[in-house]
Design a protein around this ligand. Sequence first.
Ligand code: CP
Ligand code: NVA
Length: 297
Amino acid sequence: MEKNLFNFKNFTAADFDAVFKLAFKLKKERGKVDFKPLAGKSIGMIFAKSSTRTRVSFEVGISELGGNALYLDQSKMQVGRGETVTDTAKVLSRYLHGIVIRTFLQSDVEELGTAGSIPVINALTDDYHPCQILADLMTVIEYSGKIEGTKMVFFGDGRCNIANSLIESARILGYQLVIAAPEAYAPDPAVTLNSPWIIHETDPLKAAKDADYLYTDVFVSMGFEEESAERMKLLRPYQVNMKVASQAKKTVKFLHCLPAHRDEEVSGEILDSDMSIVFDEAENRLHVQKAVMAMLM
Ligand code: CP
Ligand code: NVA
């Protein structure tokens, strides 16, 4: 595995396997077995966007691995006043043993990891959310026993961070991924073209056919608020509701990275149904991130 987790560009199927294997072990042994690979280490957590799950699961995870977590509000750092990302990376590398960062630009995360000497984990940018997808796929393994051979359908913005990271993972792991999105929010064709198992479909009912997993995310991601009206109008037909779910397999499960906006991208009925496994998915953030930190840091 590489020093940094920016996205899945340089990830292999073996890297996914290794993360899942350790994550399942850590989940099983939580509170029972002492595992402190971060003892004596300090991890900086830079956040420029809001968070509930990511902040708490990383902070708890660092503490459970024996490390010390420092929450750093990006707007209060000197990088917000013109200090370069490169200088920040060089300075932080002298104090810390790793960085978790949630910000806007993917290029800032990559600059931080490239200029500094310590591992950097992407905790969400406008373009990617790899930690979320690791938790999602761990949840798929829990429910289906395996990822290969499953059909996942993602509804909504086919270019958002969640869709991009799902696409990257499907390209490596070879599960069937359908992106149900209007043309205006279709995934980048360069991304889907090379993989016969990644398909863009504009008809949400057709897309849902025989699905094992239905997945959606907010129609308006953090940082895209000025596009709200346009997004709501074009993405509204891609809501996951009972009509959509009726097209899927009887055993279909519903995934959402959360936070959810009830009755926008998903009906309250689906969210509250037995199909929904969103809290298992949220819990698994803790276990996969502990695995990634133990492996990188
Ligand atoms: N899914 C996720 O990343 O949630 P938060 O925005 O609450 O961290
Ligand atoms: N696409 C969403 C994910 C939130 C976890 C956003 O970026 O706001």
